[in-house]
Design a protein around this ligand. Structure first.
Ligand SMILES: *Cc1c(COP(=O)(O)O)cnc(C)c1O
Length: 394
């Protein structure tokens, strides 16, 4: 089908709840995608970080094909080897906890929020989250997302949530009481504009939760699986969460979400409390196992650190020549270019020249190439961003 035929079907049969670019993508490999006319693009924001180790990674493709011939889905009435192995692999690379599997980031956060109320004392129900955070679109996750634009039209939200300014230790101390059951935080706010939490802020959350027998939830849906230069964002700090939520890169492109939970807390999630029909099926778990193996065998975390530093240097140099860039920040390959103006025109012009990037919070360009990216690909992408800014004289 050509683009117009595809678009026509969408207009008639697919709900128009996304602002879509007028292109159909038909193929992807590594850092590259191709549209239905055959035009090639460098994808510096692959699948909103889902294709975090690049599109159609060979190891993931092979694992999916092999698993699909054996067993695609089996429900959680049974044991399945792939889920067991994935749990072990994730536990050994994080804080030694146990895992529950679901299908998306929002679902992982739902599980984390439910478990927090379930595990803590009867009087505890309040959940603290932070302005600018993003936790997903289901009712619980969107309630945790302290951004009014995501709430419009959906009131009343889930009761018991408290919103506080990000990185504000005094506000946190003032709001905390013994009815709090959990604090949910992203180590680096992604959708919120690539804003890192300060170490002091995260340490204060940990201290207050410990003192009040509340749980610390780190939403690592975007920061997890190596993106920041460590397996998980919490590993940059000397702080361990009680629960971390994962999704996006976790499945190498296949939908899978998870929470990793400290064993003592995990014991509260007994039969009947929570479940997911699709969660942890063999196909998704096989893809996730292959993703972890690829990250290790191909040293993709090392590459993320190296390429992250390289990109930072290139972007810092760009900043000296383009006054529209106020700041460049982030960790590993989770980078934000903070502009003094809206970034939509820049993103559109880059796309026309064959580079995909993203703009969030109106003025923050997200530059999050796949962990397999090469220096040449970064040179090409940053070169086009440079050319676009030069043409715009900004
Ligand atoms: C993308 C994202 C989510 C939501 O994930 P979905 O799979 O879209 O439900 C939650 N938290 C963070 C930090 C995210 O980046």
């Amino acid at each position: 089908m050509n683009f117009d035929e595809i678009k026509n079907l969408y207009d008639n049969y697919v709900i128009a709840n996304y602002g879509r670019l007028p292109f159909a993508i038909t193929k992807g490999k590594g850092s590259k995608i191709w549209d239905s006319t055959g035009k090639e693009y460098l994808d510096m924001f692959p699948g909103w970080a889902v294709s975090g180790i690049g599109h159609c990674h060979d190891k993931v493709v092979n694992a999916i094909c092999d698993q699909a011939k054996e067993l695609i889905h089996i429900d959680n009435s049974f044991y399945n080897e792939k889920q067991a192995v994935l749990g072990k692999m994730l536990s050994e690379r994080s804080f030694g906890g146990k895992f529950f599997f679901c299908n998306s980031g929002a679902e992982a956060n739902e599980a984390a929020l439910k478990l927090s109320r379930l595990h803590t004392a009867k009087n505890k129900y309040k959940i603290i989250s932070f302005e600018g955070g993003f936790h997903g679109r289901t009712m619980g996750a969107v309630t945790a997302t302290a951004q009014p634009k995501y709430h419009k039209g959906f009131l009343p939200l889930v009761p018991g949530f408290i919103y506080l300014p990000f990185n504000d230790i005094d506000a946190l101390k003032a709001a905390f009481d013994d009815e709090v059951c959990a604090v949910i935080v992203e180590p680096i706010q992604g959708e919120g504009g690539v804003r890192p939490a300060t170490p002091e802020f995260l340490a204060t959350i940990r201290e207050l939760c410990d003192a009040n027998e509340a749980l610390v939830i780190w939403d690592e849906v975007q920061t997890g699986m190596g993106r920041t230069g460590k397996w998980f964002g919490y590993q940059h700090y000397d702080i361990v969460p009680d629960i971390m939520s994962l999704a996006k890169t976790l499945g190498g492109g296949i939908s899978i979400g998870a929470i990793g939970v400290r064993a003592e807390v995990a014991a509260s999630l007994v039969p009947g409390t929570h479940a997911s029909t699709f969660g942890g099926n063999p196909l998704a778990c096989a893809a996730s196992i292959a993703t972890i193996e690829a990250i290790e065998e191909e040293k993709l975390i090392e590459n993320t650190i190296k390429m992250g530093q390289y990109t930072m240097e290139k972007l810092a140099e760009l900043q000296t020549r383009h006054s529209c860039i106020k700041e460049v920040r982030g960790k590993g390959l989770m980078l934000g270019i903070i502009l003094d103006r809206p970034g939509a025109d820049i993103v559109a012009a880059c796309w026309t020249k064959g580079v995909r990037i993203n703009c969030t919070q109106n003025t923050v360009i997200r530059f999050m190439p796949p962990m397999v990216v090469t220096a040449q690909e970064i040179d090409a992408a940053v070169g086009i961003l440079d050319a676009v800014m030069t043409e715009m004289s900004i």
